[in-house]
Design a protein around this ligand. Structure first.
Ligand code: GUN
Length: 295
């Protein structure tokens, strides 16, 4: 491509979603149903602390009731399960999120299964995973892949009939992303690639749309990319950078420099998928409140 690519602005798209959320929260609150979200963080992972902080701040900004529950690294499995159970019973809370990854002694699967599926705004509970596969609209769709779909839609990118390659098979992004793209909304032909995929670059070269969710900085380079492809970069990697006050900078899973010379549209990092994840979490929290409150 000789033209510069369209930069898909996640910040602006998220802002529009959040403005709609603000209106809905005000309406529901007037009707006596103020949506509430609990965010649980175990341990002191710096990136997780930043994410959890932005989630609760966004709630405050929109008028959503929020509780930030920060637990020490030594918290036991039983103590964490007890916190989840009490949030399940709390009528002021409609959404529960336990930030991932927890410390290694925590059985994350067991924690996710303990969350009331009606409050599982992450969409990680097996009941919601099944509802996504079944395309049952009462379920909760994981926020990051849902945000990617919203970005593609608002950027006017047609997915129907297109070849999509999803790199990464995580339960948070890769698998739900593939389900969304292949489902009745996406209608794409989907390949999931992962760490054992042979000749990944060749697999990616057939893609009209690449979703990169590997967690490796600048992993997708120009040789992976067909001319005119659309690139959604889910990666948020911290790279040491002594010129920054924080001592690091953020970079995605895509080598923006080289890939942007070939693609037709691309999401930046930061300012692409990241803000959409939070916006979709707010949407899910409102949906949970509506479903629980029958409004
Ligand atoms: N860690 C990275 N992304 C997510 C997410 O969407 N939800 C939770 N709970 N943890 C995460």
């Amino acid at each position: 491509m000789s033209d510069s690519p369209k930069i898909i602005d996640g910040k602006a798209t998220a802002k529009a979603v959040l403005e709609q959320c603000r209106v809905e929260v005000a309406e529901l609150t007037t009707q006596g149903l103020r949506p509430g979200l609990a965010v649980v963080l175990v341990g002191s992972d710096p990136a997780s602390q930043v994410y959890v902080g932005s989630k609760t701040r966004t709630c405050e900004d929109l008028g959503i009731y929020s509780e930030k529950i920060e637990l020490p690294t030594e918290t036991t499995q039983d103590e964490l399960l007890e916190v989840v159970r009490s949030l399940n019973e709390n009528p002021a809370i409609h959404g529960i999120l336990v930030q991932s990854p927890p410390p290694p002694h925590i059985d994350e699967d067991a924690v996710v299964r303990a969350i009331d599926p009606a409050k599982d705004v992450d969409g990680f509970h097996p009941e919601n995973v099944a509802k996504l596969a079944l395309e049952d609209p009462s379920g909760f769709i994981p926020c990051t892949p849902n945000g990617c779909m919203e970005l593609l839609k608002t950027a006017g990118i047609e997915t129907s009939g297109k070849e999509a390659v999803v790199i990464g098979r995580s339960m948070i992004v890769g698998k739900p992303m593939a389900l969304l793209l292949m489902g009745r909304e996406g209608n794409a032909t989907v390949t999931i690639a992962h760490s054992r995929t042979r000749d990944l670059a060749t697999v990616c070269q057939r893609a009209d749309i690449i979703i990169a969710a590997i967690g490796k900085p600048d992993f997708v380079t120009a040789d992976f990319v067909k001319n005119g492809a659309v690139i959604i970069d889910v990666g948020i990697n911290r790279i040491p950078d002594s010129s920054k006050k924080s001592g690091f900078r953020l970079t995605g899973d895509v080598d923006f420099q080289s890939v942007s010379k070939k693609c037709s549209a691309i999401t930046p990092v930061p300012g692409g998928v990241g803000p959409m994840t939070i916006a979709m979490l707010m949407k899910n929290t409102i949906k949970a409140a509506r479903q629980i409150g029958n409004v």
